[in-house]
Design a protein around this ligand. Structure first.
Ligand SMILES: [Zn+2]
Length: 76
């Protein structure tokens, strides 16, 4: 008599894709998790990157604190 080990089918956890709201498999088999696909991941990253770029670009260079050179008392 032999007992056959039946592998328990692992139900992949599904989460809503943050980008398209569709089903995305949250498992190691899905390298784009929690996104459903590479496209959705790129879209989200792109949005984040452009947002950060816009915020960084909105700050004008005039606001950059320039180091005030201390008055040098080198005059004798
Ligand atoms: Zn998606």
């Amino acid at each position: 008599m032999t007992t056959v080990d039946r592998p328990i089918p692992v139900t992949p956890k599904r989460v809503p894709c943050p980008t398209c709201g569709g089903d995305s498999i949250y498992a190691i088999s899905n390298p784009y998790r929690p996104f459903c696909s590479a496209r959705c991941k790129n879209v989200d990253l792109g949005a984040w990157a452009s947002e950060g770029f816009r915020l960084a670009a909105s700050g004008s260079a005039e606001d950059q604190p320039l180091e005030d050179s201390p008055p040098s008392s080198a005059s004798h």
